[in-house]
Design a protein around this ligand. Sequence first.
Ligand code: MN
Length: 498
Amino acid sequence: MLTRKQYQFWFCTGSQDLYGDECLAHVAEHAKIIVQKLNESGKLPFEIVWKPTLITNELIRRTFNEANTDERCAGVITWMHTFSPAKSWIIGLQEYRKPLLHLHTQFNEEIPYDAIDMDFMNENQSAHGDREYGHIVSRMGIERKVVVGHWADETVQDRIASWMRTAVGVVESSHVRVMRVADNMRNVAVTEGDKVEAQLKFGWEVDTYPVNEIAESVDAVSESDTNALVEEYYDKYEILLEGRDADEFRRHVAVQAQIELGFERFLEEKNYQAIVTHFGDLGALKQLPGLAIQRLMQKGYGFGAEGDWKVAAMVRIMKLMTQDMADAKGTSMLEDYTYNFVKGKEGILQAHMLEICPSIADGPISIKCQPLSMGDREDPARLVFTSKEGKGIAVSMIDLGSRFRLIINDVNCKKTEKPMPKLPVATNFWTPEPDLYTGAEAWILAGGAHHTAFTYDLTAEQMGDWAAAMGIEAVYIDANTNIRDFKKDLMLGELFYR
Ligand code: MN
């Protein structure tokens, strides 16, 4: 299982020494209480760490630079309890390089009508101080999240929690390393892209290895290790022989077990967290990696088919963003395959030739062994299942030549009307927002790919904020989308991101 760091977020309160020591003591005390209560709320996926009140240019600069170099720190939460002259923040903000949240809150929820006097007003003036601070962050053009409301409000806490996951996606992006053991499928455009620009924008390292190097690693896996994993498969999944000989079936499954172990060791040894394969470039591999890739995706690896390294990196990042979510429903690569155009039952059947992550499965998971119509290898074993119902998002990262665009579509996952007993692959079925017709029209106008990175566990807002932090265009296809306005969004993107 791939794990990530136990990240923390720093809580930095702004003030100044104009109000005297007693006021500053209150500021620190209030901030400490807020941090403690937020940590105790049970809402936040990461710990918040209180930092001494920032009252001078020097301290602000030093604190931001410490945040830059502290590997556990995934972002800074700022809040101006009193007035904090914003020129004091310029150098610190200029040098700061991690995600920034502006929590626009106030210690007290209600105006203390009977007791309020000017001392109280001067001590509790975030409505005033946060505007001064917000002004300079906007003037400097720094991307940040602004969350408004009382800190004890559950909605505010949920928004902080949501942003924390985005921040981890931002910080982790530059640690994503994608291994290509095949080039892009011949003549395919949308899976291509500028890998140098991707490293500049997202920090992704995308490297190629000859497929036979990883095939040697597969060959080196012992028979006993392979058999032990096959046993695990047979315990965990239903075996659907469908008329095949049981021994022959097991030998096919063992090929995938050996691939899973060989690939995992090769990826670990060389420190990659995502991989792409291609059915047309398998070298000495006996089968297209199917079940093996499905299992690796469930362990947290990113994956893209037919050399699609952009999808592989996005799947990895979205798995990092959703890691350790108590009620997670799953994240996978998917592919738009075929439509149901029956009125009232419209949707897109999502699948791939094999490689769908079982984290999105609903109900039992079976192993089947079937021929592939593409490629020229043995019949590959694969996990077959249907997926959970509910809301999700499908995202597509495309390279438009001069820039990247992230397309984000809200989708509603459903069960198909009837089972599909002859289909030997895992599936999902969804209706895109706002409806199939508008959703697919907008997707095509935006240039979205057939491969997507899909999750039930993140929101369009989180992925849009991630894109903003990366400095790339994001377009949203959701319940509010209409084609006339959507085309204007695309035109604005042409101007802004040129
Ligand atoms: Mn494909």
